[in-house]
Design a protein. Structure first.
Length: 423
C-alpha cells in the first residue's frame, strides 16, 4: 500500500540574542554554556480529529491512519536529559513552528497524536530524560471504568513515535551551526481487520443464513450472526520500545486488558489483569451478505486498534481473541407430529486466538487481516447439522475441519517518515 509521506523539517539557527525562554525547560540545562539555537519545524500534511467507530472498513483507511494532528517534541543532550520539551497542537503545513534550544542537542524524540500531555497531570509533564519517556505507559481506554467511553485511538488519530540521533553540529557556511536527522515514525498499536465471513463453501452449499432481525420470523433459516467481538484486548503500551528499532513496547507485568463483553459466562477462568469491557470492541449490527457471486459472504465487517500482545503462546497468558457469535436453529419446530416438536435454538461461538497455539501473535506496528470460512453444516441436527462446527465454549480456539481461518499479517506500510534539519 502506498500513501503520501509526511515530512517534518527542523532548522536550528544559532542565536546569541533575542531568543525567548520557555517557562518549563531551560535551554541546555542549568549548567549548560552551549549557545542557544532556534528550532524551526515545518510539517507537510495534517488532519482532522476522527469520529469513526469500529464497524466497517473505510476505503481510505490507510490514508486516514497516516494523519498527524499534533506533535510533542523532546530534545535530549548527550546524557539523555531533556533540554527542551514542546507540544505543537497544529503543526503548520506551510510556514514554520519555532522552538528554542541549544547546540547541546544530541538526540530527538517525536510523539504524534496524543494531544497535549505536557501540562500538570499529563503523562509527559514530569518527563526529564529519555529513560523517563520510555517508562511512560499509555492506555487505549480514556476512561477504563466507562464501558461506553472513548478510545485514545481513532482512524485519523493513531499514536506514532520515533527517536534518533542528530549528526554532529557543523558550520553551515553562513556563521551558523547545522545538524540533521531523519526520524522514522512507528505505530505502537496493532490494526486488526475482519474482512470477510463466508459460508456454503463445503459439502453443504444451501445453508440458509439471514440477518438476526429476520431469524425469529423465518422458520426455514438455519443460522444468523448476532455479534462479532474481541476479547483479551491488550490496552497498554509504552510510547517507545525498550530496544532501538525494536517492537518491545510493553512487558508482561504491565499488561492490562479490555474486550467487547463483560467477563462473565460463558467467559470463565482467570480474568485478565484489570479487565475492563468497552463497547468499541463489539459489532452487533449489519452482517448483510452480498449479491450474485457474493451471496454467501459478508464483507468489510469491521476493524479495531489494540496494543501488542506477544508472549502469549499459552491460553493462560490471555492471547487476544476474535469471536463470531451465532444462533443456530438446532431443532426446527414441527406441530404436525405427535408429540409436537419444539424449536431449539443454540448459541455457538467461532473463536480465533492470536496466540495460544492458534494464529500468530499480535505485534506492534503490524496490520492483520482476517477472513473466516464457516463451511460446516448448519442444518438442523436431525438433518445432519452440527452447528457449522461452532462450539459452546469461546474460551477455547475453534478447531474444526469445516472452519477455515486465514490471517494475513503485514508491516504497516503507512508509517510516515519525518526528515529534520537543524541550523
Amino acid at each position: 500500500m502506498k500513501v503520501k509521506s509526511l515530512f517534518l523539517s527542523l532548522c536550528a539557527i544559532a542565536a546569541l540574542a533575542s531568543c525567548s525562554q520557555n517557562d518549563e525547560e531551560v535551554p541546555g540545562g542549568s549548567e549548560s554554556n552551549a549557545p542557544e539555537a532556534k528550532v524551526i519545524l515545518k510539517l507537510a500534511g495534517s488532519g482532522e480529529q476522527a469520529t469513526s467507530r469500529a464497524a466497517g472498513i473505510p476505503g481510505d483507511l490507510n490514508t486516514k491512519n497516516s494523519t498527524v494532528n499534533d506533535l510533542t517534541v523532546f530534545i535530549f543532550n548527550q546524557t539523555g536529559t531533556v533540554i527542551k520539551k514542546e507540544y505543537i497542537g497544529n503543526p503548520a503545513t506551510t510556514g514554520a513552528n519555532t522552538i528554542q534550544t541549544t547546540t547541546d542537542a544530541k538526540r530527538v524524540a517525536v510523539v504524534a497524536n496524543t494531544g497535549d500531555l505536557t501540562g500538570t497531570g499529563g503523562l509527559f509533564a514530569s518527563v526529564a530524560s529519555e529513560d523517563a519517556l520510555k517508562a511512560v505507559v499509555s492506555d487505549m481506554l480514556k476512561d477504563p471504568s466507562n464501558p461506553t467511553g472513548d478510545l485514545t485511538h481513532k482512524d485519523d488519530n493513531l499514536y506514532m513515535s520515533g527517536v534518533d540521533d542528530l549528526s554532529a553540529f557543523a558550520d553551515d557556511g553562513n556563521g551558523g551551526q547545522l545538524a540533521s536527522v531523519t526520524i522514522q515514525l512507528h505505530f505502537p498499536s496493532v490494526r486488526l481487520s475482519l474482512t470477510k465471513i463466508s459460508f456454503n463453501g463445503g459439502t453443504v452449499t444451501d445453508n440458509k443464513y439471514v440477518q438476526k432481525d429476520q431469524f425469529a420470523g423465518d422458520a426455514d433459516a438455519n443460522f444468523t450472526i448476532d455479534r462479532v467481538y474481541l476479547m483479551n484486548v491488550q490496552r497498554t503500551t509504552h510510547f517507545l520500545p525498550a530496544t532501538t528499532n525494536g517492537s518491545d513496547y510493553i512487558t508482561q507485568d504491565l499488561k492490562k486488558y479490555t474486550g467487547g463483553v463483560a467477563w462473565s459466562a460463558p467467559w470463565t477462568g482467570s480474568k485478565p489483569n484489570d479487565y475492563q469491557p468497552n463497547n468499541e470492541y463489539t459489532i452487533e449490527t449489519g452482517f448483510a451478505t452480498g449479491t450474485g457471486l457474493a451471496a454467501n459472504e459478508i464483507s468489510n465487517i469491521g476493524h479495531w486498534y489494540t496494543f501488542a500482545n506477544t508472549g502469549v503462546s499459552d491460553l493462560t497468558n490471555h492471547p487476544t481473541a476474535l469471536v463470531v457469535e451465532v444462533r443456530w436453529r438446532k431443532t426446527k419446530a414441527d406441530a404436525t407430529v405427535i408429540p409436537a416438536v419444539a424449536e431449539e435454538v443454540q448459541t455457538l461461538y467461532f473463536t480465533t486466538y492470536f496466540g495460544g497455539g492458534d494464529q500468530v501473535e499480535l505485534e506492534a506496528g503490524k496490520a492483520y487481516s482476517l477472513a473466516l470460512k464457516l463451511n460446516g453444516n448448519f442444518k438442523p441436527s436431525n438433518s445432519g447439522g452440527s452447528g457449522g462446527g461452532g462450539t459452546t465454549d469461546p474460551t477455547q480456539p475453534t478447531v474444526n475441519s469445516s472452519v477455515e481461518v486465514t490471517v494475513t499479517p503485514a508491516s504497516w506500510d503507512i508509517v510516515p517518515e519525518i526528515p529534520k534539519e537543524w541550523k
